[in-house]
Design a binder for this molecule. Structure first.
Ligand SMILES: Cc1cc2nc3c(=O)[nH]c(=O)nc-3n(C[C@H](O)[C@H](O)[C@H](O)COP(=O)(O)OP(=O)(O)OC[C@H]3O[C@@H](n4cnc5c(N)ncnc54)[C@H](O)[C@@H]3O)c2cc1C
Ligand SMILES: NC(=O)c1ccc[n+]([C@@H]2O[C@H](COP(=O)([O-])OP(=O)(O)OC[C@H]3O[C@@H](n4cnc5c(N)ncnc54)[C@H](O)[C@@H]3O)[C@@H](O)[C@H]2O)c1
Length: 457
């Protein structure tokens, strides 16, 4: 098949990583094509970060409603209109899709609509037309896993279908202990769904710092979600009225469930790409293997984002760094340490930046690590009946106590972490924190006021 068009940079996947890299490459006058099979903006805009965060903002209102009388208000609550909220959400997502398209077009990037697969020469075939890039970027993301081995698993949905729900569920079951499970269960419960969260072990967020793992589990136990630990789903049955009956291996039966959501991880979208035709290697889970420059085992073909098993915060930056390395002759920055960051939009929000205590000990040795911790009730809850704790932890390395990790849970920490991410990237030390102005009265001042570091146990 003949190549119909050649680009300097051909990007397959118009999600967060692909878009960021494509737009950056166009700044250096590279000719760029972006192949997208669904909606521009990928998971993040269409069924991920954006709808989830809007859901979080929506459910935050219930907290204000709960606390309003403590602040002297006398309001009458008449209910929540899920359809109205969904309609506004869809409209906003559509606006963002259009804005992605506008951004690409304004940057003279060609949008190729359709599903791409590799040909043996590294070209990409879309609807029987072949395109080629001098450099090619694979940024095709991933999709939700469904536990096919569980009988009746197909009666449940994933986060991808969550916003297609016709009605707000009266009773919901969420399975999983990661960020998606927490965000969905947290919003459902806050908005009044009877929410049951089923986890296989003792804690949620087991990949996070222990402080967050324990604090968020405790927070769930003290809140409206009903948490079941050490629980495995055995089978799911569908009743005549459409409700579900969920059986666990330890004999628990959850009846009359309106919605079951599987949040049991995601897998890379590598299956139909024909990667074997071009020699791009993947690991045993299907994630594409790349070197420190994002290059795959095939020269000139790069990959980033969820398809490599990386978080969004890093893939965005890696996409721009890659475009600079390929097309910006003035770019001299060598590979630097990047501090991954994650915010989980739960009530209260959970944030993690850089290394956990466990990772820092593994990297630098226990004797090199100093920890700073604090726990307090934010001022907002000073006069409310319901209280919510804020917990902060710094992980520092070496004699100079360079900060390599920050972990927090509490009101407002989601908007707090970005500034600290800049400081960490600049190599900030605890001493520099100590001599920073504490901005009073905020929760964030506590992070520069922590004293009396301790050694890991
Ligand atoms: C429910 C949910 C909530 C999330 N919330 C957050 C959050 O709050 N913060 C955060 O940092 N991260 C969050 N994430 C993770 C974040 O959304 C992803 O890390 C990010 O979207 C990955 O970007 P990507 O570019 O690698 O892939 P994607 O966004 O998945 O983009 C890949 C694109 O490639 C397209 N594609 C796939 N195969 C082909 C093909 N063969 N041909 C053409 N096109 C193809 C897809 O249609 C898609 O548009 C969330 C994820 C989910 C599921
Ligand atoms: N705010 C954010 O940054 C944010 C929000 C949502 C998602 N994400 C990203 O999206 C990705 C996917 O998130 P996720 O929460 O689906 O995945 P995850 O891999 O983080 O968590 C999946 C959880 O499901 C559990 N699990 C697996 N199989 C199970 C089973 N059969 N029964 C019960 N539990 C089972 C696992 O033990 C794990 O706790 C992650 O990379 C995450 O970082 C990020």
């Amino acid at each position: 098949m003949n190549v119909v068009k050649e680009f300097d940079y051909l990007v397959i996947g118009g999600g967060s990583g692909g878009m960021a890299s494509a737009l950056c490459a166009s700044e250096f006058n590279a000719s760029v094509g972006v192949i997208e099979s669904k909606c521009l903006g990928g998971i993040c805009i269409n069924v991920g970060c954006i709808p989830n965060k809007l859901m979080y903002h929506c459910s935050s209102h219930t907290q204000f409603i709960r606390n309003n009388s403590d602040y002297g208000f006398d309001l009458t609550f008449n209910g929540f209109n899920f359809q109205k909220f969904k309609k506004s959400c869809y409209a906003y997502v559509k606006e963002l899709n259009e804005s992605c398209e506008k951004d690409l077009k304004n940057s003279m990037i060609e949008i190729i609509n359709g599903f791409g697969t590799f040909d043996v020469d590294g070209g990409i075939i879309v609807d029987e037309k072949k395109y080629k890039g001098k450099y090619t970027l694979i940024a095709v993301g991933g999709k939700p896993k469904l536990p096919a081995e569980i009988p009746g698993a197909e009666f449940g949905i994933s986060s991808d279908q969550f916003f297609q729900l016709q009605n707000f569920p009266k009773k919901s079951v969420v399975v999983g202990a990661g960020p998606i499970a927490l965000e969905i269960a947290g919003a459902l419960a806050a908005l009044g769904s009877e929410t049951h969260l089923l986890i296989r072990e003792k804690h949620v967020l087991r990949n996070f710092d222990q402080s967050l793992m324990e604090a968020s589990t405790e927070c769930i136990e003290n809140g409206p979600i009903k948490l079941y630990k050490n629980t495995n789903v055995e089978k799911v049955e569908k009743n005549f009225d459409g409700t579900l009956k969920i059986f666990t291996k330890d004999g628990l039966i959850l009846e009359n469930v309106n919605t079951l959501i599987w949040a049991v991880g995601r897998s890379p979208s590598t299956k139909s790409l024909n990667l074997d035709k071009i020699g791009v290697k993947t690991n045993s889970d299907g994630y594409i293997i790349v070197d420190e420059s994002q290059e795959t085992s095939t020269s000139g073909i790069f990959a980033l984002g969820d398809v490599c098993g990386e978080t969004l915060s890093l893939s965005h930056l890696r996409g721009r760094l890659l475009a600079n390395r390929l097309f910006n002759p003035k770019f001299t920055l060598k590979n630097c340490i990047l501090h991954a960051a994650t915010i989980i939009s739960f009530h209260p929000p959970i944030g993690s930046l850089g290394l956990t205590e466990f990772e820092a000990i593994k990297k630098y040795g226990k004797e090199q690590i100093t920890l700073y911790k604090c726990k307090f009730i934010p001022l907002y809850f000073g006069i409310t009946f319901y209280k919510e704790k804020c917990i902060m932890k710094l992980v520092c390395e070496g004699e100079n106590e360079k900060i390599v990790g920050i972990h927090m849970i509490g009101r407002g920490i989601d908007e707090m972490l970005q500034g600290f991410a800049v400081a960490l990237q600049m190599g900030v030390t605890k001493k520099e924190f100590n001599f920073s102005v504490p901005i009073h009265p905020t929760s964030s001042e506590e992070i520069v006021l922590m004293r009396n570091g301790v050694k890991p146990e």
